[in-house]
Ligand binder design. Structure first.
Ligand SMILES: Cc1ncc(COP(=O)(O)O)c(C=O)c1O
Length: 377
């Protein structure tokens, strides 16, 4: 168990923030690193040309360690949608085939697939998850010979329902389907081993469980797709881009690995240092210990919420960091706004409250949440 890390965050004592799935707060060291990076731009002579490469390589390597991937396969992207668009550009879909998604999946992991399906004469299917049931069996059943791509998350952003990605990866390989993952609501908080899952593409926006700044993210590309087509043709993605004096000796060859898929201006001097500081801290804690600690926090809240008539999905069926509390009949409208007025922050998705803690939450936060719910329900 990791002890409460509130001192690393700028969260006032009377704020109970249970909305990491919406946006994580930046840690103080990450904020300092970002501020120093932004300040450097006021004195550009302090930014050497090597800075265009060093932080990018560091960020790549840190994210790779977090998910058990090779750093060569990691590209720097600004958003989950960018990574999904890259995957959709490179994965072949034929007429009559199907792209398998979950019902209510986050739109960044839907629209590119719809476009790909439309262009190919294929179909996007959305697997409905029966309430309170294991999400994996219906997904496995939908991945058959007609499936071109399984485009899935690790946990569903609305309810936290968790998929067994090792089993799904194996099923994809069995039927010849590609696996394209959106790990935005899991990477950093839920361990994953890419060597076991073997995704073709996997993206994660960093501003949630990776504790990074907005507009940073990572795209993993499996070895067999690394000679694919990027969304943009960046100068830095080409071979020899380290030599600034010879950039107009235009080159056909790309930088090795997944670097061709990096976004333009990937060497963001303000955002990357902050993202790196966050990844270093996550690795020091380890995703395993983070998951264990958050599992205890969500279980304790679920037990107390149950006594107030709010029901939660069984622990083994949801992400350990994710609690979706079904509201009882007659619950007042606008509950998140009422809670926010008491400085307790959660989200509502459908008729459920989404409670997503992190290591900054302490027992006093949980008391505030439960006390406020008892008063408002
Ligand atoms: C599952 C999931 N993917 C992606 C995102 C963010 O997408 P993007 O980075 O494309 O803005 C969110 C934001 O809520 C999300 O929940």
């Amino acid at each position: 168990m990791i002890p409460c890390q509130r001192a690393l965050f700028d969260i006032p004592a009377d704020v109970a923030y249970f909305n990491c799935a919406y946006m994580s707060p930046l840690m103080r060291p990450a904020l300092a690193a970002g501020e120093a990076g932004l300040r450097a731009k006021a004195q550009p002579w302090t930014i050497p040309t090597t800075a265009f490469f060093e932080d990018s390589e560091r960020a790549r390597a840190l994210f790779a360690r977090l998910v058990g991937a090779d750093a060569e396969g990691v590209a720097l992207v600004p958003a989950a949608s960018y990574g999904v668009a890259t995957a959709a550009r490179n994965l072949a879909v034929r007429a009559g085939q199907r792209i398998v998604t979950l019902a209510d999946q986050f739109p960044s992991h839907v629209y590119s697939w719809r476009e790909a399906a439309k262009a190919a004469g294929a179909e996007v299917v959305a697997v409905a998850l029966p309430e309170g049931c294991d999400a994996t069996p219906p997904v496995l059943a939908a991945i058959d010979d007609a499936c071109a791509v399984a485009a899935l998350p690790h946990v569903l952003w609305t309810t936290g329902a968790k998929l067994d990605l090792v089993a799904i990866g194996a099923r994809c390989r069995e039927v010849g389907a590609a696996l394209a993952l959106d790990l935005t609501q899991s990477a950093g908080a839920l361990p994953i081993d890419f060597a076991a899952v073997r995704p073709d593409f996997a993206v994660a926006a960093a501003y949630k469980w990776l504790l990074g700044p907005y507009a940073t993210g990572f795209l993993y590309v499996a070895p067999r797709w690394r000679d694919g087509a990027p969304l943009e043709e960046t100068w830095i993605g080409r071979a020899g881009s380290e030599d600034f004096a010879r950039l107009v000796d235009y080159r056909d060859a790309y930088q090795p690995g997944a670097r061709r898929f990096d976004m333009g201006e990937r060497a963001n001097f303000a955002l990357l240092p902050a993202a790196i500081a966050a990844l270093e801290q996550l690795l020091a804690w380890t995703p395993d210990a983070i998951a264990r600690t958050l599992a205890a926090k969500t279980a304790a809240i679920a037990a107390r919420a149950r006594a107030l008539g709010l029901s939660a999905m069984p622990e083994d069926l949801r992400g350990p960091h994710y609690l979706s509390l079904a509201l009882p009949e007659g619950a007042p409208e606008g509950l998140p706004a009422r809670l926010a007025a008491e400085r307790v922050h959660v989200s509502q998705r459908g008729r459920s409250l989404r409670v997503t803690p992190h290591l900054y939450n302490d027992d006093a936060d949980a008391d505030r949440l439960i006390d406020a719910l008892a008063r408002l329900l």
